[in-house]
Design a protein around this ligand. Structure first.
Ligand code: SF4
Length: 374
């Protein structure tokens, strides 16, 4: 069924004849003129495509560029990554957040080394069998590196496609996702699928922006239902507002004979694989009860008896739906330490090389600055 500009997509509608071709023919020349020079676009190496797509999940292009460059300088090929130590990978990832991505990247590289002779798989099914690779990432690698006709759907294209076809409803729901995937598939040209997918992402990122899309300079405006209906600011339908929860936590930097206590966060914990100071949720508000809570929680978590607790700083940060107030303390280890497994004492300057969470890194920097002053 033909959909004219201004008509909304229905749940069963396919693209009108000629519509996909019209989109591709407007988009390609625009992309060739306007695409940014990005380090991962210098080649169609599947390793670089994969790495960039994983880093770009939930993270802005400008933030990713230096991380990408450092990562490929250290691990130029998937074989180099497969041999890497997880700690080195996490240290390079530090600050990008969502550390599960880094661990799965390493796990997938090891699978490629052991099960695919070190060569990146070339089929969608084989790509989907790798840890951390879902439909979107598999589609991006297959289309960009191998020019296979695989659709993609990520934040920029969700927004662009929802507007292009005036698709109603929360785009995170299964029903709307299904419509969007189908549209992404229907729009794919027969050839140069990788270029087409990148053009969609680029247009979404540069022109069809979340707020105030630049419809006046959009090559697709005559084909865009939202623009024709004047609804580009209403679509995609906003998600229900996130409700945040305030949480109080404490971090205790425990010292013993000039060394600092660190523990490695276990699998399943926030920041699994990274190192951290003693850190836990607290309920007591202040005074003696609060001090007692800190002492008993350090004992429970780290197996250490601490004394001379001294307030160091307070940091505020967010993790998913939690808004965390982190009260940070310095303390001395009172008795000769009995270390639990996955714990260690490090010299202050060794903190620089340890993979830490963002707040752990902030604390480490503050601590080193404090020590440099004395
Ligand atoms: Fe987005 Fe506007 Fe282009 Fe439509 S015309 S795709 S709303 S930028």
């Amino acid at each position: 069924m033909a959909r004219k500009p201004g008509q909304s997509a229905t749940r069963t509608e396919k693209c009108a004849p000629g519509y996909a071709e019209a989109v591709a023919s407007e988009l390609s020349p625009w992309f060739r003129r306007r695409q940014r020079e990005l380090p991962w676009r210098q080649s169609a190496d599947p390793y670089r495509v994969w790495l960039s797509e994983i880093m770009l999940q939930q993270t802005q292009v400008v933030t990713v560029i230096p991380y990408f460059e450092r990562f490929v300088a250290r691990f130029p090929t998937v074989a180099d990554l497969a041999r890497a130590d997880e700690q080195d990978v996490l240290r390079l990832w530090e600050g990008l957040g969502y550390y599960r991505r880094a661990r799965q990247l390493l796990a997938a590289a090891k699978v490629i080394a052991s099960e695919h002779d070190g060569t990146f798989p070339r089929t969608l099914d084989a790509l989907l069998g790798l840890p951390g690779i879902g439909r979107y990432t598999a589609g991006a690698i297959a289309s960009i590196a191998y020019d296979l006709p695989a659709p993609i759907l990520e934040a920029n294209t969700v927004r662009l496609l929802a507007r292009l076809a005036a698709i109603e409803g929360d785009p995170t729901t299964a029903e709307v996702q299904q419509q969007l995937w189908r549209l992404a598939e229907d729009l794919l040209p027969r050839k140069r699928c990788g270029e087409f997918n990148q053009a969609l992402m680029e247009l979404g990122s540069l022109v069809c922006t979340p707020r105030e899309p630049k419809c006046g300079e959009c090559p697709l405006r005559v084909l865009c239902a939202a623009f024709q209906q004047g609804r580009q600011d209403e679509l995609p339908t906003p998600k229900a507002k996130q409700v945040f929860e305030n949480v109080r936590e404490a971090a205790v930097i425990v010292e013993h004979r000039g060394r600092i206590f660190l523990r490695q966060c276990a699998a399943g914990q926030r920041w699994a694989g990274l190192w951290d100071f003693a850190r836990f949720a607290v309920s007591a508000k202040r005074g003696r009860a609060f001090q007692q809570e800190l002492i008993s929680k350090v004992r429970e978590q780290a197996g250490l008896d601490v004394e001379r607790l001294e307030k160091f700083t307070t940091l505020k940060h967010g993790v998913t739906r939690f808004r965390i107030t982190l009260d940070c303390y310095l303390a001395q280890c009172a008795k000769p330490p009995r270390l639990k497994p996955d714990s260690q004492w490090v010299k202050p300057d060794e903190l620089v090389d340890m993979p830490l969470s963002t707040t752990g890194r902030k604390l480490a920097r503050l601590l080193l600055a404090e020590k440099a002053r004395h």
